[in-house]
Design a protein around this ligand. Structure first.
Ligand code: F6P
Length: 538
């Protein structure tokens, strides 16, 4: 083992010892003992305020967490990422999405941004028209995973800034109902189709792209050439689909799919909010990049968020991260972060191919507040598992409806407090007795109504939700994922784990079509036969 790895192993052991030492210490006690706790565990940058103080970590443990990151080579790894080194070791690629939002991006990036802006503005001001001269009112963005989640999240979050005439739709799944809903709803005379796929080989996207290409051609033979745009790192494959050079927007193998919102994959966002709005999204991310590069570890938002996560996941063994935006406009954030975190860090071997020392990415899930409060919060407060929670909220809202936003924020703040403080059984009993319940009744009811508390959470507060703040928020999470990957010594930028299912599906498609004989285990064979026979045996 290298010297740094053995130093890291020693620090992990020290963190275990801290956890043991803190096992029976309540978070409220930590606040009493540490007058500087909030100041040490909160920081502000790029329009975001982060508070990680509601985690069961004290100052000595924090300092070892930060020492661990240093020992794992965070400063060097970060420099390597920002300077475009090939840190994606299993694919021999750079991980350079930060270059997409740099103040002075590489030439090919600047050129593509200019082409995107030209196209987006031509649609917005009606100068780009369909094959029969009609304006473009609908945009169908075809793509899945990283080629879908970021654009849809951004569109949903920034709907208030969107062009009033143009509706953007997303077609991700290979589900004919979704495709049919869009072809029924949109007119082929007035629709632009964007086929977004880094590899241009993804089954779902290829099937939907072909369907829509034929849909356009069925309306007018010239429509596909004028109304279908490809966004891809596999320009050759887009050409092979018959798409003209002028309608292909490239990006590059050094942009990971789940880090590609900032590239031409963001075209539908730019069409909706304009080149200027897209520029603000990039500027917000850039502000977070600069902060991540320059701020000392103890004041660095991505580092603080990552360190709290490492403590919960890899020291205390918490298997879940629940993401709860108190903001309907961020309703798609949990799904976006699920891919970002789980596809990046859901790994079991180190760079060197050895089993990891510690548990890696938690299961990431969630739903916006307050909706989640009426569903899974019971589990968060009183379930047998302890999950880490990320609360996300915006201090201001511009909808002008008096009272709503205050109530929304009050719920967010109160839930974080309730998770931490809990409600002691003796106190519950006393309250019940005060309300007239008999001693024996109070004792019987109290266990059901008490809360253990000491459940960890982070709070991220945005000044307001606009393109700039959204950019900072997403970059914060990108860098958090990066920092955790460094601590676990894993490659956060490949996704070999998604391949096997894809390969098997190709074979099963043949077997369902009857052009191949099922040759699997008995359970799989039976399913294939049953589906071929039309389902249930009635
Ligand atoms: O889910 C696997 C994956 O490869 C993701 O990493 C990616 O974001 C998605 O499929 C779509 O890939 P592509 O952009 O190449 O169509």
């Amino acid at each position: 083992m290298s010297e740094t790895r053995s130093e890291a192993s020693e620090l992990w052991r020290r963190l275990d010892a801290h956890a043991e030492r803190l096992r029976d210490t309540r978070m409220r006690t930590l606040f009493d003992r540490e007058p500087d706790r909030l100041a040490r565990c909160s920081a502000e940058a790029a329009g975001l305020y982060l508070d990680v103080s509601k985690n069961p970590i004290d100052a000595p443990a924090w300092s070892d967490l930060l020492a661990l990151l240093e020992a794992c080579g965070l400063p060097e790894r970060r420099r390597a990422m920002f300077s475009g080194e090939r840190i994606n070791s299993t694919e021999g690629r750079a991980v350079w999405h930060v270059a997409l939002r740099a103040l002075e991006p590489p030439d090919e990036v600047a050129r593509t941004l200019a082409r995107m802006a030209e196209l987006a503005e031509a649609i917005r001001d009606d100068t780009l028209r369909g094959a029969t001269g009609e304006p473009i009112d609908d945009v169908i963005h075809v793509g899945i995973g990283g080629s879908h989640l970021g654009p849809e999240l951004a569109l949903h979050a920034l709907a208030a800034e969107a062009h009033p005439r143009i509706a953007v739709h997303f077609l991700a799944n290979i589900d004919g109902f979704s495709a049919r809903r869009l072809t029924d709803r949109c007119s082929p005379a007035r629709t632009l189709v964007i086929v977004a796929s880094k590899t241009f080989t993804t089954l779902e996207t290829a099937a939907n792209a072909t369907l829509l290409q034929e849909w356009l051609a069925g309306f007018d033979p010239d429509a596909p050439a004028r109304q279908l745009v490809a966004v891809t790192a596999n320009v050759e494959a887009a050409r092979a689909m018959g798409i003209a050079e002028s309608m292909i927007l490239p990006f590059w193998d050094w942009v990971g799919g789940r880090y590609s919102l900032w590239s031409a994959i963001g075209l539908p966002v730019m069409i909706a909010i304009g080149a200027d709005g897209f520029g603000r999204l990039l500027a917000g991310a850039r502000a977070m990049d600069t902060h991540f590069l320059e701020a000392p570890a103890g004041r660095n938002l991505p580092v603080l968020l990552a360190a709290a996560g490492l403590w919960n996941r890899s020291v205390l063994g918490r298997g879940s991260l629940t993401v709860v935006p108190y903001e309907d406009r961020l309703a798609l954030l949990p799904a976006y972060l699920q891919q970002l975190d789980m596809e990046s860090n859901g790994k079991s071997v180190t760079h060197a191919g050895r089993p990891v020392e510690r548990d890696t990415a938690p299961a990431v899930w969630g739903q916006q507040g307050t909706l989640g409060q009426h569903a899974y919060f019971q589990w968060l407060h009183q379930g047998t598992e302890i999950a880490a929670v990320d609360f996300i909220a915006c201090a201001q809202a511009s909808h002008g409806i008096d009272g709503h936003h205050r109530a929304l924020l009050a719920n967010c703040i109160a839930q974080a407090e309730a998770l931490m403080l809990g409600r002691d059984r003796l106190r519950v009993e006393a309250d019940l007795r005060e309300r007239g319940m008999s001693e024996s009744e109070a004792q019987a009811v109290a266990p059901h109504r008490s809360f253990a508390g000491d459940r960890p959470s982070n709070m991220i507060l945005l000044g307001r939700l606009d393109a700039e703040h959204l950019g900072s928020l997403l970059a914060l999470y990108e860098h958090k994922v990066f920092v955790q990957g460094v601590a676990w010594d894993i490659n956060s930028f490949d996704q070999w784990g998604v391949e096997l299912g894809k390969v098997l599906a190709r074979r099963v498609v043949e077997e369902l079509a009857g052009t191949a004989t099922p040759a699997h285990d008995p359970s799989t064979n039976a399913l294939i036969e049953r589906v071929r026979a039309g389902g249930t045996p009635d």
